[in-house]
Each structure stands twice: as C-alpha cells, then as structure tokens.
Design a protein around this ligand. Structure first.
Ligand SMILES: Cc1cc2nc3c(=O)[nH]c(=O)nc-3n(C[C@H](O)[C@H](O)[C@H](O)COP(=O)(O)O)c2cc1C
Length: 189
C-alpha cells in the first residue's frame, strides 16, 4: 500500500478476531517503530509485550477501570461511557497488549520531548501493522491502574508507562475518519 493511502486508511481498531499474532510479526512491528525520530536520537522507548496469560492479566487490570469511567460522562455522554466500558472490559479481544515505557525524567520539558518520540514510534508501529493486515489501538494508560500495569508488564525501576497499544486481526469495518482541516496557518513567505 502506498504510504499516502496508509496514512489515510489507518484507524483505531476496537474489535479483534481470536486469531493470534506471532512473535515474529510483533518483532517486525517493533522494529519498524525504532526507525522513528527521537530527541538526540535517544530512542527512549521499550516495548513490553503481553500475550497469553500475561495478556489475560492485563485484561483483568484494564477491566477494573470500567468503574471509574463515569468520571468522563460530561465528555463522552452515557453512550460513550458504555462503549468505553465495553472496550476496556475486554480490550476488543485483542490477543496482544503492549506497554511502551520511557525513562523517568525530572525535567518536564525533557519528558515532553520523549513522549513526542514515543508518538512517532507508535505511529510507525501502527502503519507497519496496517501494512501487514493487522489493526491496533493506542490506549492512554488509565491512571487508576497504572501501578498494577507497571507490575504486570514488569516495567523496571527508573522507567514508566507511556502508553498502551493493542494489536490483532481486525474484526470490524474501518470507521470513517472525522478530521479537522482548518489547522494550517502560513505565517510568512
Ligand atoms: C495517546 C492516545 C491515547 C488514546 N487512548 C485511547 C483510549 O484510551 N481509548 C480509546 O478507545 N481510544 C484511544 N485512542 C484512540 C483515539 O481515540 C483515536 O486515535 C482517535 O479517535 C482518532 O481515530 P482513529 O485512530 O481511528 O483515526 C488514543 C489515541 C492516542 C494517540
């Protein structure tokens, strides 16, 4: 697929088939991620991959978050909260959950730069997944269960959870994108 098509066709997948994803496929996607830019080429990311029993443990932790989602009722509405609760309840049956960790940094500006690098890496990962017929969804690590997730993914001391990505074979049609277009201002020529 042409890159320009991939960029437009990538979407977040929230329902997956039972079909497993092989370790080699995951390694290939993580390798694609590592070609992303990062501040001073620090490559701050590490990918902690949960499959099988580890994936089930992550699912049980994520399911705990459904009790807190009411906090978002003003943003998501009742239907949105219900949808989020269903999704967090089983992570769309995705066979693989990946935690992306970064070093703990004292300087907030340095931390922000690291997260921009992680965003680029995750986008690479997701585009490579699309190219392989796989789907993904980036999930902001829910603050209520971060410590449990850090433990389940065995993220070592000195590192922290930046984001989660789930991966699998999509079992849903792509949802049409809703995009803002008025996002560019030329400030001089
Ligand atoms: C950092 C980040 C965190 C996200 N967290 C969640 C999440 O917690 N739950 C969810 O369903 N989607 C999550 N998403 C997916 C976004 O909702 C999705 O990217 C956005 O609605 C645009 O849709 P698209 O990815 O299909 O283009 C997240 C995306 C990003 C980049």
């Amino acid at each position: 697929m042409e890159l320009s098509d991939s960029l437009r066709r990538r979407h977040s997948t929230r329902l997956y088939k039972e079909e497993p994803v092989s370790d080699d496929e995951i390694l290939m996607l993580c390798d694609a991620a590592t070609f992303a830019p990062s501040p001073m080429n620090s490559q701050p990311w590490h990918f902690h991959v949960a499959t099988g029993t580890a994936r089930r443990a992550v699912g049980e932790i994520m399911a705990l978050t459904t009790q807190y989602l009411e906090e978002y009722i003003d943003v998501l509405g009742t239907e949105g909260v219900d949808r989020a609760a269903r999704f967090y309840g089983d992570l769309g049956k995705a066979p693989v959950a990946i935690a992306v960790s970064v070093p703990v940094l004292d300087d907030p500006a340095e931390h922000d730069k690291v997260l921009i690098g992680v965003g680029a890496a995750v986008e690479n990962f997701m585009l490579a997944a699309l190219d392989s017929g796989l789907g993904c969804c980036n999930i902001s690590a829910p603050r209520w269960v971060v410590d449990r997730l850090v433990e389940a993914f065995r993220i070592p001391e000195g590192r922290m959870l930046a984001t989660l990505v789930i991966v699998g074979h999509p079992d849903e049609e792509p949802v049409p994108h809703d995009r803002k277009h008025d996002v560019v201002t030329f400030v001089g020529r």
